[in-house]
Design a protein. Structure first.
Length: 170
């Protein structure tokens, strides 16, 4: 049981949350008079959610880059995971730029220094993957169905990355 962050229960929770997001999208309705305003508000909310989740993925990529700079010997192990995190950032990017927002608290300047011990640096990356995965899983509650499916997939991928970084597959 060496991986407390990634368990069958967690994988089932991610899958269940994705299913709940899909089912939530099946119900709907409303009056046509407020439909335009509601659609615009929903579009703004989705763009803001995409911007927040993309920022979290960008911060994760920045952390990967910092670790790879400090520990180039880890490139073979970390580069594929870093590249997937970068793809998540691209997939989550808002279609249209949202209104200007203040910098995210997870901006690159907020990162802590990379440990000089490579194993410790990888452990910190695993924890960052878990935090990012948890945040994207929590965002499912307010995401529209299509975005909820994407977030569920990215959260599952992050949980897998955390598992791999924890030593599950070397």
């Amino acid at each position: 049981m060496g991986h407390p962050g990634t368990t069958r229960r967690r994988v089932l929770a991610v899958t269940g949350a994705a299913a709940a997001g899909v089912l939530a999208g099946c119900s709907g309705g409303g009056t046509s008079g407020s439909a335009t305003g509601s659609r615009e508000a929903a579009a703004r909310a989705e763009a803001a959610l995409r911007a927040r989740t993309a920022a979290a993925s960008r911060a994760l990529v920045t952390q990967y880059d910092a670790v790879l700079t400090m520990h180039p010997a880890l490139h073979t192990r970390l580069a594929p995971l870093r590249d997937q995190a970068a793809q998540h950032t691209t997939a989550l990017a808002p279609a249209a730029p949202p209104s200007p927002t203040p910098p995210s608290p997870t901006a690159p300047g907020a990162l802590s220094p990379v440990p000089t011990d490579a194993d410790e640096a990888v452990k910190e990356l695993a924890e960052a993957e878990r935090r990012t995965s948890d945040a994207q899983l929590a965002a499912l509650a307010t995401a529209p169905p299509e975005l909820a499916r994407l977030l569920a997939s990215i959260a599952a991928s992050g949980a897998g990355h955390a598992y791999l970084l924890g030593g599950g597959a070397r």
